[in-house]
Write a protein that binds this ligand. Structure first.
Ligand code: HEM
Length: 340
């Protein structure tokens, strides 16, 4: 079981590409999936210190088109849009996700270009976001983002599917959402108030004491503790993006988990509220404009994608007399003993 490298140190540069696959281009896409490791090798070898990393996700709508009746990963389904009392999380199209990370943008860009060349005329890039490291891992709201996200072996334990779905062990799930910030409204409130929105101090990134951390702060809303007192984490690797001339300032949210239900629970708590109405205050300054969910196959699956499985039942053979000894027929369908 060789896994795609989901858990990685914070990147200095990142690209998020969401694509839809054209009808009739499934063979091209399957071939490309199988070649991605070689493409990563070719691009990254030109500067091995840049730690180029690609994670690929496959959406629910294209699964059957690519793999026929091959059973789906148990939790693969389309992203569910949410409509809360104040905020909306839209669901937007996406058959493939490419999450590219490196120490420099040239590596991400070159790999994306090589992939795009292979997909020309076969897929459409429906969203492309170039993210960058902003000072000490800050988002454009000015807060350090990613602190509580598990790293190393803890991160692997959170993201990797295990015995709960043995056919897809070593895979994962990923949810992406692109958020745009209202920085004018954000800058109009005091730093103390901003800290109550997030639940951590701005300069030092220290979690506020429970006594002052509001129940609608981003940290409290996204802290999931079950009845047994066990906390459920996800692995995040958000990056800021923006375009000065367009006045666009955003955060690209990307969350990985072996149990995608944890991410979905976080989203319900943010947009609907728990109890209903207690929505995440970060949303008063952030609008979700995309939303998609993908299965992240293991590297073994990706390197050798299965051919589509045919659901059409094989024509029933006419009932034949029981095989007589020495006929060569094993009596199990079309299998025959090899001569000699
Ligand atoms: C924590 C920013 C969206 C889940 C944080 C923190 C910041 C932040 C600054 C505190 C530091 C840290 O631990 O990383 C943002 C921004 C978002 C965003 C700017 C987009 C507008 C989301 C979404 C989810 C999420 C959509 C889940 C679906 C979490 C979790 C934590 C966290 C689980 C850690 C909570 C804990 O302390 O245990 N986020 N986030 N975030 N965020 Fe977000």
């Amino acid at each position: 079981m060789v896994t795609q490298q989901v858990v990685a140190p914070p990147a200095r540069a990142g690209m998020f590409l969401v694509l839809t696959v054209d009808d009739g281009s499934e063979d091209v896409v399957r071939d490309l999936l199988g070649d991605l490791s070689d493409l990563v090798k070719a691009v990254s070898f030109r500067n091995t210190r840049d730690d180029l990393n690609l994670v690929v996700g496959i959406g629910a709508d294209v699964w059957g088109r690519l793999f026929g009746e091959l059973p789906r990963p148990r939790q693969l389904h389309p992203f569910e849009a949410l409509e809360g009392p104040r905020h909306v999380a839209p669901a937007t199209p996406g058959d493939l996700l490419l999450h590219l990370r490196a120490r420099s943008m040239d590596q991400c860009f070159e790999l994306a270009r090589q992939v795009a060349t292979r997909l020309e005329g076969h897929a459409v890039v429906v969203d492309e976001t170039h993210g960058f490291k902003y000072f000490d891992e800050r988002d454009l709201l000015g807060f350090v983002d990613g602190t509580a996200s598990p790293r190393g072996a803890d991160g692997d334990a959170v993201v990797l599917i295990g015995d709960e779905d043995p056919a897809y062990a070593g895979g994962s799930y990923v949810v992406v959402q692109k958020y745009l910030h209202d920085l004018a409204a954000w800058d109009a409130i005091s730093v103390e108030e901003q800290e109550r929105v997030i639940g951590r101090t701005k300069l030092d990134d220290i979690e506020l004491p429970d006594s002052v951390k509001p129940s609608n702060s981003h940290v409290v809303v996204n802290t999931i503790v079950d009845e047994e007192g066990v906390e459920h984490d996800i692995v995040r690797d958000n990056l800021p993006f923006g375009e000065i001339g367009a006045g666009e300032y955003g955060t690209y949210f990307i969350g990985y988990a072996a149990d995608v239900g944890i991410i979905e629970l976080m989203l319900r708590r943010m947009f609907i509220g728990e109890p209903p109405g207690n929505t995440d205050r970060i949303l008063d300054f952030s609008t979700a404009v995309t939303g998609s969910l993908f299965f992240v196959p293991s590297l073994a699956f990706l390197d050798d994608p299965p051919d589509p499985v045919d659901a059409t039942p094989a024509p029933t053979a006419p009932v034949s007399p029981a095989p007589s000894a020495g006929s060569g027929d094993l009596g199990i369908g079309s299998l025959r003993r090899s001569p000699g």
